[in-house]
Design a protein around this ligand. Structure first.
Ligand code: XIL
Length: 321
């Protein structure tokens, strides 16, 4: 059987989010089909440094070693985010103190993994979703002020000069949010801040129909002279606001999912010169984060491989055109 990475070798890297356990339980599937990986959690601030000055690199190290042993490339995710950042970072400190903590963190990651990663999500999800409001009210914003984003990029450039530096976000094709992301990156570029790319998370669902918006977003971002990576793709069986549960998707739902994957990949392929990698947020349905979010223990089936790690209709759909 042809594999994903073979099929897409002339287009872009095919990535999966992995964690310390899935590289053991799903190692063969990862090695067969993917040529890029992202740590789903292990490179996040709270996982690496839950207490001040106590870095725990073991799990991330294991994943980096797995990548090296199997010739997989790596994305680094993520340096600055409002989630999964430990409390201590923002406590008992001044603006200068917080700056030092940020700079120290980026230094630690750069030193250890900078050379192992082709791209880095320097800042994640900094834009406000609500209509009014530009930057998200986060502890980073409160503590460091509006220019925390540019500081992060400058530090990342200094500490990991070989990696491509990304701004990463979700709902990134929604015109209102897209325009805010565009404005942010435009302003950064005009100031000479080293932003190399925009990460489009691509957490969508089987009802997704606005492929025009996907194209428009890609075009708009590319007009900034950046590259694009699809960083966290999955296609949920549920609409965003739907909290109901199902025992198993219907044939129609699997078909709808396959259609959405195909239509997206069709567009990604058109932009193969600008898209470096397309990463799925997980390996197979049994280990997707959407089995826990936004409803805990609600099964979802958002990926290309099923709970038995077998290819799904969506897989065949993107393989056979
Ligand atoms: C998610 C992980 O998949 C979960 O295991 C964790 O509990 C929460 O974070 N956007 C991101 C990712 O940028 O880091 C998130 O990952 C999913 C949404």
């Amino acid at each position: 059987m042809e594999t994903l990475k073979e099929k897409y070798k002339d287009y872009f890297l095919i990535g999966a989010a992995v964690n310390a356990s899935t590289i053991r339980t799903h190692g063969e599937l990862i090695k067969d089909h993917f040529n890029s990986i992202t740590c789903e959690n292990e490179m996040k601030f709270s996982n690496l440094c839950p207490r001040e000055k106590e870095y725990q690199f073991e799990k991330a190290d294991t994943i980096v070693q797995f990548a090296k042993d199997n010739e997989l490339k790596m994305r680094m995710h993520t340096l600055v985010w409002h989630n999964q950042t430990p409390e201590w970072v923002f406590l008992d400190t001044t603006k200068e103190g917080l700056e030092e903590r940020l700079s120290n963190h980026i230094h630690m990651l750069g030193k250890r993994y900078g050379k192992d990663c082709y791209s880095v999500d320097v800042v994640n999800e900094a834009i406000e979703d609500k209509l009014d409001g530009f930057l998200r009210e986060s502890s980073w914003l409160q503590g460091l002020g509006n220019d925390y984003i540019e500081r992060a990029f400058l530090l990342a450039k200094q500490e990991m000069p070989e990696a491509k530096l990304f701004y990463n976000d979700y709902n990134e094709t929604n015109p209102i949010k897209r325009d805010k992301i565009f404005k942010l990156i435009k302003e950064l570029k005009e100031k000479g801040i080293p932003v190399d790319g925009i990460g489009m998370q691509c957490h969508i669902n089987i009802y997704h129909s606005s492929m025009d918006e996907l194209k428009e977003a890609i075009e708009k971002y590319l007009s900034l002279g950046v590259s694009i990576e699809i960083t966290e793709m999955d296609v949920s069986m549920f609409r965003h606001e739907d909290r109901s549960e199902i025992l198993k998707p219907t044939i129609e739902q699997y078909k709808a999912q396959a259609r959405v994957y195909k239509e997206c990949f069709q567009i990604f392929r058109e932009y193969k010169n600008d898209i470096t990698s397309v990463t799925l947020w997980g390996v197979s349905d049994d280990v997707s984060w959407l089995n826990h979010f936004p409803v805990n223990n609600r099964r979802n089936w958002p990926l290309l491989f099923d709970e038995m790690m077998k290819p799904k209709e969506a897989f065949y759909e993107i393989m056979n055109f």
